[in-house]
Design a protein around this ligand. Structure first.
Ligand code: PNW
Length: 479
């Protein structure tokens, strides 16, 4: 057989994989060797998704309605009125999707479970058919040597829970659901996350109105909603520990604002650390300290949350790991103020990806890890999300050459490698996202996947970034 021509080789490089066929490899020897940017041998590489964004099948097998079903079906709330009714249809195609992970060589998968599949009314009698779906998914992952990391709540609150997060009862209901899931799955799922991004399902949902249920409430109400969310997390941690097999690891996934020191001098580094704690006060700072920072309570005054005896111990329940969703940077500098820091305004020219909020700042990755470690010294950190939207397009041959996403990921991972090389306790990285999916209020208008999804046919095609990520995983190094 004649050797490959250059053109044939190029075709191989970017060729689309079909189900059951492994991804083409970059040619050996074409990349620099030895690679300097290595990760530890036991580093876990994976991808992340969430239930409402990928599953579809919103009425299958007794699933209850969620606030996102309601919101997406309300005129004017999402891009072109799009909904998660079908999404990636992963409820039916999960075996193919586990196959995509396998093609990448992923060692782990972070997915979320839909509360309303298990308890269609939020509380009450569990729905066996809903649970059976997650049994099937977990078994398929384990069969492929992919470790499941399960998030219990990624925003799809059962609609039947009256008043949603305005009600303290919702926190209690979440604890019951979390304990139930742990008791049924912890023989196989060894890592659970309670909540995903508390600020998104509290402030963005009840204050800004951008996400379900789309309310615009005042400060006192929002502070109480935040408190209920923190309480739900804490009750979830305790219920998982009570219901799970020994050694089950519990954490949560947060997207704190990350402060990069404007210049790496001692005074600016100290300012960035202070900013991190204060600007995330009612969220990660409170959970990891087991108390609201006093400056926050003083600032909120009469609007501060009403706290019942015992709440803060529950909220501060010790965690086995902290999950960080890292997307964009903020910048802080030292100033003479009492707070000890000032936040820098970004120039309008600051680079961003396809989502207007997604500013590009790879060093946010390093400073997220370092700030959390220096402030609270958690036992372990995972990057539970990182990735970006791109204006992906398919060329005539159906290929997606998302060089901007590769640029984004390469630079953030380089900063993560800096963190691991300085011995910060980062154990793994989950790329958001495995495949294009329902991007909340942006519908299908923003693509975060490393697999391209044609939503008409549900065909999945690896983008250039998928081929690149496969190499990262194979070499355990950024290149
Ligand atoms: C995260 N912002 O959400 C979520 O956990 C994912 O479900 C989501 O698809 C992903 O990031 C990409 O957006 C965010 O406006 C949503 O700053 C909005 C913001 C940040 C994170």
């Amino acid at each position: 057989m004649p050797p490959f021509t250059r053109r044939q080789f190029a075709g191989q490089l970017v060729g689309a994989a079909v189900a059951g066929v492994s991804l083409p490899r970059f040619a050996a020897g074409k990349t620099a060797s030895p690679r300097p940017l290595q990760f530890p041998d036991d580093f876990l590489w994976g991808c992340a998704t969430s239930a409402y964004q990928i599953e579809g099948a919103v009425t299958a097998d007794g699933r209850g309605q969620t606030i996102w079903d309601t919101f997406a079906h309300t005129a004017g709330k999402t891009y072109h009125g799009q909904t998660g009714d079908i999404a990636d249809d992963s409820y039916h195609r999960f075996r193919e999707d586990v196959g995509l992970l396998k093609q990448l060589g992923a060692k782990t998968y972070r997915f979320s479970m839909a509360w309303a599949r298990i308890f269609p009314q939020g509380t009450g009698k569990p729905n066996d058919k809903g649970l059976a779906y997650y049994d099937r998914l977990v078994d398929e992952l384990l069969k492929n040597d992919i470790a499941p990391y399960a998030t219990l709540f990624h925003w799809d609150l059962p609609q039947a829970l009256r008043d949603g997060w305005k009600s303290r009862d919702t926190a209690k209901a979440f604890g019951d659901y979390a304990g139930f899931m742990a008791s049924r799955l912890s023989d196989r799922v060894r890592h659970f996350m309670t909540t995903n991004e508390i600020v998104c399902f509290t402030d963005l949902s009840y204050k800004i109105g951008q996400f379900a249920p789309g309310l615009k409430l005042g400060d006192a109400a929002v502070n109480q909603i935040r408190h209920h969310a923190l309480l739900a997390h804490g009750l979830g941690v305790q219920a998982i520990r009570a219901g799970a097999t020994a050694g089950t690891q519990v954490g949560f996934a947060e997207n704190p604002k990350v402060y990069v020191p404007v210049i790496e001098t001692a005074e600016h580094i100290e300012a960035a650390k202070r900013a991190f704690r204060q600007e995330n006060a009612p969220f990660i700072s409170t959970v990891l300290e087991g108390r609201y920072p006093s400056e926050y309570l003083a600032r909120e005054g009469a609007n501060a949350p009403k706290i019942e005896p015992g709440d803060m111990d529950i909220i501060g329940s010790p965690l086995d790991f902290v999950g960080l969703n890292v997307y964009q940077p903020e910048y802080a500098r030292a100033d003479g103020s009492k707070a000890g820091y000032a936040v820098e305004r970004r120039p309008t020219s600051f680079p961003r990806m396809a989502s207007p909020w997604l500013f590009v700042g790879p060093e946010a990755m390093y400073w997220a890890v370092r700030s959390v470690t220096e402030l609270w010294n958690p036992k372990a950190i995972y990057i539970t999300e990182n990735g970006c939207s791109s204006e992906d397009y398919q060329d005539a041959a159906g290929r997606v050459k998302d060089t901007d996403r590769v640029m984004f990921l390469r630079n953030y991972l380089t900063q993560l490698q800096r963190a691991v090389s300085e011995n910060y306790p980062v154990k793994g990285y989950f790329l958001w996202s495995l495949m294009d999916n329902f991007e909340w209020a942006d519908g299908y208008g923003k693509r975060f996947g490393i697999y391209y999804v044609d939503f008409k046919t549900q065909k999945r095609t690896p983008k250039r970034s998928a081929l690149w990520y496969r190499e990262v995983i194979a070499h355990n190094a950024v290149g």
